[in-house]
Write a protein that binds this ligand. Structure first.
Ligand code: GLN
Length: 517
C-alpha cells in the first residue's frame, strides 16, 4: 500500500489534485458556457409566445452581452487581490463556486429582477473562481517541473469538455422546457462542481493557501496605496493623465448609451495602472521587477490573441448562420454546431500539441512560453486566411462552403493550444509568490479586454465588410506575432532563466510560486 499522503498521490503521471481542479472547472465552465450560449438569445427573444424572452433589440442584447463577457473577466482583478491579500486561492474558489451556484439558481427564477441579480452574482463568482483555480493548478508543480505546461493543457481539456457538454445539452433543454430550465441546468452543473471541489479538498491541502507571512510583509498595503501615490509625483502625474484621458474618451469621444460604462472602465483601469506602478516600485530586486514586467508585456499578446479569436462567438457565428451553405447530404447542419468545433478540436489535439512543445524543449529547440504564445497567435491569425477565402467565395457565389469555417476553427484551436494554457502556466512561473493570484487576475482581465476588442471589430464588419475585417485581422496578428519573435531575446532576458532548467519532475510542489530567487 502506498504510504503517500493524499495530496502527494499521482494519477496518469500528474498529481491527483489536478483532476479535482479539472472537474471543478469543467462544471464551472459548463455553467458559464451553457448560460452564455442562451444569454443573447434570451434577451432578444420576443416577450410573448410559449417561451418568452426579454424582447430587446439585437443591438441592445449584443451590447449587454459584450459588457457581461468583459466584466466576468475584469472581476478577476479584485478576485485575485482578495486571494493574495486575504483568504488565499483555495477559499476564494470556494466562495466563487457558492456565489456562482446562487447566481445560476437566481436566473432560473422567471422575474426580470432575478435576471439582473443573477448576472451580477455570476460576474462576481467568476471573478473569484476563475483566476484562482488556475493559479492553484500551477501550485501543484515544483520549480522546473516540465509537466507544468502539460498539466495546464489537461486542465484546458476540462474547460472545453464543460463547454462542449454545455453547448450541446443546454440548447436541447431550452428547446423542450424553456429558458429558465436551461439557466437552472447551468446551476445544477455548478452545484456538481462545488461538490467535486469540496470532496477533493484532501488532494489540495498543499496548494492555494493564504500567502505565507514572510511573503505578506512585502505586499503593497492597498489601504496606503492611495497615500503613497499622492506622495510620488511621477506616478501621480501618470495616473492623473490617465484619468483625464479616461473621462475625455469615455465621456466625449465614445458615443452610445454605454459611454458612461466606458468612463467607469477606463477610470478603473487607470487605478489598476497606478496600483501596478506602486507594486512594481515595491518589488524586492531586479529579477522580480523584470519578471513582473515581462508578464505584463505578454498581456499585449493576450489582448491581440483574444481580440481576434473571439470573433468565433460573434462575426463567425453570424457568418455560419447567414452566409454559409450548411447543407450536408440534404440536411442542414445547425449553426450552433460550429461553436462546438473549437471545444471538440481542443479535446482531440490538446495532448498532441503539448507533447510537441515538450519534445521540442527537451531537444533544446526554442520552446519558451513567449515563443509559443507568439507562434500560437500567428497560427490563429493564419486561420483567418480561410475566412478571407470564405468571404471571397460568398462575394462571388452568394454563399460559402462549410469547410472554410472548419479549417479556420482548426487553426484557431491549434493556435489557442499553443498560447492560452501556456500563458496560464507562464504567469504561475514568473509571478512573485505574494502577487500570484493578482497576476492571474490581470491575465484574465486582458482576455476580457480582448473580448471587448473582438466585439468592436465585429460591429465594424457591417460597415467595412467581412472580407476587409478578416484580411485586416490576418495581417495584424501575423505581423504582431512575428514582431514578438523578433524581440524574443530581450524579452526572454527579462525572465532571468525561469524556464531554462525545466525537465525534472520529482521535486516537491511549492504551493504556487516558483520563480522567486
Ligand atoms: N476558453 C477559455 C476558458 O473558458 C479561455 C477563456 C479566456 O481566457 N478568456 O477558460
Amino acid at each position: 500500500m502506498s504510504t503517500k499522503a493524499a495530496h502527494q498521490k499521482e494519477l496518469f503521471g500528474h498529481p491527483v489534485g489536478l483532476y479535482v481542479l479539472f472537474f471543478t472547472e469543467m462544471w464551472e465552465r459548463f455553467s458559464y458556457y451553457g448560460m452564455r450560449g442562451l444569454l443573447s438569445l434570451y434577451m432578444a427573444a420576443e416577450i410573448t409566445g410559449a417561451n418568452p424572452g426579454l424582447g430587446w433589440t439585437e443591438a441592445e442584447a449584443l451590447k449587454l452581452y459584450g459588457w457581461y463577457t468583459m466584466l466576468v473577466y475584469i472581476m478577476s482583478i479584485p478576485g485575485g487581490l482578495i486571494a493574495d491579500k486575504l483568504i488565499g486561492q483555495k477559499k476564494s474558489v470556494l466562495v466563487g463556486a457558492v456565489i456562482l451556484t446562487l447566481g445560476h439558481a437566481t436566473l432560473a427564477i422567471e422575474q426580470e429582477w432575478a435576471f439582473f441579480v443573477g448576472l451580477i452574482l455570476i460576474i462576481l463568482g467568476v471573478g473569484m473562481l476563475k483566476p484562482n483555480i488556475s493559479t492553484m493548478v500551477g501550485g501543484l508543480y515544483g520549480k522546473n517541473d516540465i509537466r507544468r505546461d502539460k498539466g495546464f493543457s489537461i486542465f484546458y481539456i476540462g474547460i472545453n469538455t464543460g463547454s462542449l457538454l454545455a453547448t450541446t445539452i443546454v440548447g436541447l433543454v431550452v428547446a423542450k422546457w424553456g429558458w429558465h430550465a436551461g439557466f437552472g441546468l447551468a446551476g445544477i452543473g455548478m452545484l456538481l462542481g462545488l461538490i467535486v471541489y469540496l470532496y477533493g479538498q484532501k488532494y489540495l491541502v498543499h496548494v492555494g493557501n493564504k500567502t505565507p507571512e514572510n511573503e505578506k510583509k512585502d505586499q503593497v498595503d492597498l489601504g496606503k496605496l492611495f497615500g503613497d501615490l499622492i506622495k510620488s509625483t511621477k506616478h501621480l502625474v501618470i495616473v492623473l493623465i490617465l484619468l483625464g484621458l479616461s473621462i475625455y474618451f469615455g465621456g466625449f469621444v465614445m458615443t452610445g448609451v454605454d459611454h458612461w460604462g466606458y468612463v467607469a472602465l477606463f477610470v478603473f483601469l487607470s487605478f489598476v495602472v497606478g496600483m501596478l506602478m506602486m507594486i512594481f516600485k515595491s518589488l524586492r530586486n531586479q529579477i522580480e521587477k523584470d519578471r513582473f514586467l515581462v508578464v505584463l508585456l505578454s498581456f499585449f499578446l493576450v489582448i491581440v490573441f483574444w481580440g481576434a479569436f473571439e470573433q468565433a462567438g460573434g462575426l463567425m457565428n453570424l457568418y455560419a448562420e447567414n452566409k454559409t451553405n450548411r447543407m450536408l447530404f440534404g440536411w442542414q447542419v445547425p449553426t450552433i454546431w460550429f461553436q462546438s468545433l473549437n471545444a471538440g478540436f481542443i479535446i482531440l489535439f490538446a495532448v498532441t500539441v503539448a507533447n510537441y512543445w515538450a519534445k521540442r524543449k527537451l531537444k533544446n529547440k526554442e520552446a519558451s512560453s513567449l515563443f509559443k504564445m507568439a507562434t500560437g497567435t500567428i497560427i490563429m491569425g493564419l486561420g483567418f486566411v480561410f475566412m478571407v477565402f470564405a468571404a471571397r467565395d460568398y462575394n462571388a457565389n452568394g454563399s460559402s462552403a462549410m469547410y472554410w469555417l472548419v479549417l479556420a476553427y482548426f487553426f484557431h484551436t491549434i493556435g489557442e493550444l499553443s498560447s492560452s494554457p501556456v500563458s496560464l502556466s507562464f504567469v504561475t512561473k514568473l509571478a512573485p509568490v505574494r502577487y500570484a493570484s493578482l497576476m492571474m487576475g490581470l491575465y484574465f482581465a486582458s482576455t476580457g479586454l480582448g473580448n471587448k476588442v473582438a466585439g468592436i471589430l465585429g460591429e465594424n464588419a457591417s460597415e467595412y465588410g467581412e472580407y476587409t475585417i478578416f484580411t485586416g485581422i490576418t495581417i495584424f496578428t501575423v505581423l504582431f506575432g512575428l514582431g514578438v519573435i523578433a524581440i524574443l531575446k530581450p524579452l526572454k532576458r527579462l525572465t532571468h532563466g525561469a524556464e531554462d532548467k525545466e525537465g525534472t519532475t520529482n521535486e516537491e510542489a511549492e504551493g504556487f510560486e516558483l520563480a522567486d530567487n
